[in-house]
Design a binder for this molecule. Structure first.
Ligand code: COA
Length: 302
């Protein structure tokens, strides 16, 4: 059957979304979110989405990818039905294109600092996972969605000890107040992930719930949380490099758990976390597990 390859356009969104929802049953998407991920990527150069269609322009599959600092990220790959030849062709197009943009390796998908659907492949999509493994990808890391019941949560002796350990290192955990906003900018510029906090620019403040870890008047750790409809949502969380491994991350997490409970949250989730250990050692359980896949591109002929 002959088919065509072309760039995706806005008019393709409804059909692409239907295809997406058939393929990714655990990640059905709203149209606005779908558009945001695929067509509003703020990287320069931005993400590319390529379609394969049949002679009547019906979409057989699509792939979306972006190159950031010479690393390729495959943001989406969806194929109608069991058409491995279409998936293989799309993957080949994406890899060659990313290589020509300077990528030496490609992830499905690691943190791109920008818009993407999920961090890796949910391990329940076994056929998709196996497709990538057959095509030279290796699982390098896992990231997880975590959750915790907060209805009956209270700090136990171990939790008190962690907060105390941070305090003994001279670190005060304090609820965020607006007068911290300026020193927070210094913290942000020192983090590994400044884009996690981009939402501060529009609002001129963090999310309504936030804790800062302070060494004197310097912010060395920070976390945010929200509660709506009795559901807590924790993150982002970051501790500056020189201050890690002193239980500051745990102390921030535990304080946020108490605060979310006080605001009426019966449970909380934290999405796309790494390392899970931080959450597990504070009582959280795993909801979803994603495999982050990587392939070196040096062996592909450009
Ligand atoms: C993840 C992070 C917040 C941890 O902060 P921290 O103050 O060093 O954490 P803690 O000292 O409270 O450690 C808590 C537990 O997590 C474990 N842990 C922390 N960092 C870890 C890492 N990089 N890999 C594996 N385990 C880790 C600790 O060993 C400890 O385990 P234990 O309680 O069983 O002894 C910090 O490393 C960080 O800011 N990283 C970059 C941003 C990030 O990844 N944020 C989390 C996004 S979900």
């Amino acid at each position: 059957m002959s088919h065509r390859v072309r760039k995706a356009a806005e008019k393709d969104i409804p059909t692409m979304l239907q295809l997406w929802d058939r393929v990714y049953q655990y990640d059905v998407s709203m149209e606005s979110h779908f558009r945001w991920v695929l067509f509003e990527d703020a990287h320069k150069p931005s993400a590319t989405t390529v379609l394969i269609t049949n002679e009547s322009d019906a979409i057989l599959g699509f792939v979306s990818f972006v190159v950031v600092n010479n690393v390729g990220h495959l943001k989406a790959l969806a194929v109608d039905g069991d058409q491995e030849d279409v998936a293989t062709e799309l993957l080949g197009i994406a890899e060659k294109s990313m290589q020509s943009e300077g990528a030496t390796s490609v992830y499905v998908v690691k943190y791109t600092g920008n818009h993407y659907f999920f961090p890796g492949i949910d391990k329940r999509y076994t056929a998709l996972l196996n497709f990538f493994l057959r095509n030279g990808y290796k699982e390098t890391e896992e990231t997880k969605d975590m959750y915790i019941e907060l209805k009956n949560f209270s700090l136990d002796a171990q939790s008190f000890h962690k907060i105390e350990t941070a305090a003994q290192k001279g670190i005060q955990i304090q609820k965020y107040t607006n007068d911290m906003f300026d020193v927070l900018q210094t913290f942000r510029s020192q983090t590994d992930n400044p884009t996690w906090f981009d939402h501060w620019d529009a609002d001129k403040k963090p999310a309504s719930g936030a804790f800062a870890a302070l060494d004197g008047n310097q912010v060395v750790g920070f976390c945010e949380y929200k509660v709506s409809n009795e559901e807590g949502d924790f993150g982002p969380l970051e501790v500056l490099m020189d201050y890690r491994d002193k239980k500051i991350g745990s102390a921030l997490l535990l304080k946020a758990m108490q605060a979310m409970q006080k605001l009426g949250a019966k449970q909380s989730t934290a999405k796309w976390v790494w390392p899970a250990r931080l959450y597990e050692s504070n009582g959280w359980l795993v909801d979803r597990t994603y495999a982050i896949l990587e392939k070196q591109l040096k062996d592909i002929n450009s």
